[in-house]
Design a protein. Structure first.
Length: 80
């Protein structure tokens, strides 16, 4: 059974959440992890584009890898 609740969240968090499909599932999953104190981090859960963006921001990543990441992240956006 599901129940609809109204909660107040940060506006910037709302802006990011509204871009995602199935917002209720995301919120429910996040709350379940918080309540279960799930500290088991599994990198497989992080989307590939988010991982690439994090690598691109690091200083210890070689330039040729950053160039490839830039191509995947930014050129795919402009070609859509």
């Amino acid at each position: 059974m599901k129940i609809a609740r109204t909660f107040t969240i940060d506006y910037h968090l709302y802006q990011e959440l509204r871009k995602k499909p199935n917002q209720s599932r995301i919120v429910e999953s996040s709350i379940r992890r918080y309540l279960n104190a799930d500290e088991n981090f599994d990198i497989i859960e992080i989307p590939t584009r988010q991982l690439m963006a994090a690598l691109h921001a690091r200083d210890d990543v070689p330039k040729h890898l950053k160039a490839a990441i830039t191509h995947v992240l930014f050129d795919s956006i402009t070609s859509s």
